[in-house]
Design a protein around this ligand. Structure first.
Ligand code: 9MG
Length: 356
């Protein structure tokens, strides 16, 4: 095996000097990167300042991202979750009723969500597959109604037929937890739809994914998988500019894997696409806390979302839209104040030097 190299931006902050490169063209800058070299004998990692890295190596990490489905990717945004399922792990099936799903999706949009993600098949661990007709019957009326009212809908499905019919009903994005691997037609259908696509990493399938998941190095293994899916999409005619990538928190991962993926999230900027993070109400939050049920995991969801924000994730998939937007707004406001303070302090120091 030849040596493979990955860069993981670190020392990320908004209040760094303008000489520090911008992370994915957004407001955050980074001062160093963890360089991981993977070869037959394992992984070697060292932290280097950005000055020690070539412009070529830094380019995918720093290049501004193009808008995704028309949403600017130089600032974070929120995707609200509408599960039209009777057995969702996170909301216990509250939105199985079509009218309730539409009303809640509309409320999320009006609260400021950039996307509303509509799904009809549960992806919770152990969930059995659903007949495609049943999935269509659940999601199409909701997609149609929301898209008809101007909502930017993403369709959460792993099935080509649902992708195609949801696109015809007005969906603006495809969100596939199998990264277009589940059905042989998925790549072609997604390409022909012309829609932007979210590719998520999952180990195995929902029925088996939580049975003793193992990785050599979770961040590098997920990175390689996503890189392979990006290449498959490009070969099928879906350009990288139409893709968003997601490490798939909770999908074939232990709590330790999930924590490591959030902590090392910035490595995925190396793939040159916007990143989506979905931590909301997931079981690792209860596991690391006091075993709270999903609806009592908002504080942990916000904390983990902010950890993703601090690593440059652009899209945050959440159940609690207004609460998350409030947290994102406050975090960004403090960060902006810190950057302003830094500029003023540096300018005052420079002026004092000039006077001396
Ligand atoms: C459908 N779904 C459930 N969790 C998800 C996550 O974390 N990411 C994406 N893209 N979809 C998810």
């Amino acid at each position: 095996m030849s040596e493979r190299l990955n860069l993981q931006p670190t020392a990320i902050a908004r209040d760094l000097p303008p000489t520090a490169p911008r992370l994915a063209g957004g407001p955050l800058r980074f001062a160093a990167a963890v360089v991981a070299r993977r070869a037959d004998h394992g992984v070697r990692r060292e932290t280097l300042p950005v000055e020690a890295l070539s412009a070529e190596a830094l380019a995918p990490l720093t290049a501004p991202r193009v808008p995704f489905a028309g949403v600017p990717m130089d600032r974070p945004c929120v995707m609200g979750v509408v599960n039209v399922t009777p057995d969702s792990f996170s909301d216990g099936g509250d939105r199985f009723d079509t009218g309730r799903a539409i009303a809640d999706g509309l409320a999320m949009w009006e609260a400021g969500a950039a996307f509303v993600d509509v799904g009809g098949e549960s992806t919770r661990p152990g969930a059995a597959p659903l007949p495609v007709e049943e999935e269509l019957a659940r999601v199409l009326p909701v997609v149609k109604a929301l898209a008809g009212q101007g909502v930017r809908v993403s369709i959460d499905t792993r099935r080509a037929r649902v992708m195609a019919e949801a696109a015809a009903a007005g969906a603006a994005v495809i969100n596939d937890v199998t990264a277009l691997r589940d059905e042989p037609e998925s790549l072609r259908t997604a390409a022909e739809s012309g829609l932007p696509v979210i590719l998520m990493h999952m180990l195995g399938d929902p029925r088996t994914m939580q049975r003793d998941p193992r990785y050599d190095d979770v961040a590098l293994d997920v990175y390689d998988h996503l890189a392979e899916r990006v290449a498959a999409c490009e070969a099928a005619g879906i350009p990288r500019t139409r893709l968003c990538l997601d490490p798939g928190i909770g999908f074939g991962k232990t709590a330790a894997h999930n924590l490591e993926l959030v902590a090392r999230l910035a490595i995925f900027h190396g793939l040159g696409c916007p990143l989506l993070l979905g931590v909301s109400r997931k079981s690792f939050i209860g596991r690391l806390s006091r075993g709270e049920p999903p609806k009592q995991r908002l504080p942990g969801s916000l904390a983990a979302t902010l950890a993703g924000l601090a690593r440059g994730a652009q899209i945050h998939r959440v159940h609690d839209v207004p609460e998350t937007l409030q947290a994102l707004t406050l975090w960004q406001a403090v960060d902006a104040a810190a950057a302003c303070d830094r500029l003023m302090t540096d300018a005052a120091a420079a002026a004092a030097k000039g006077e001396a």
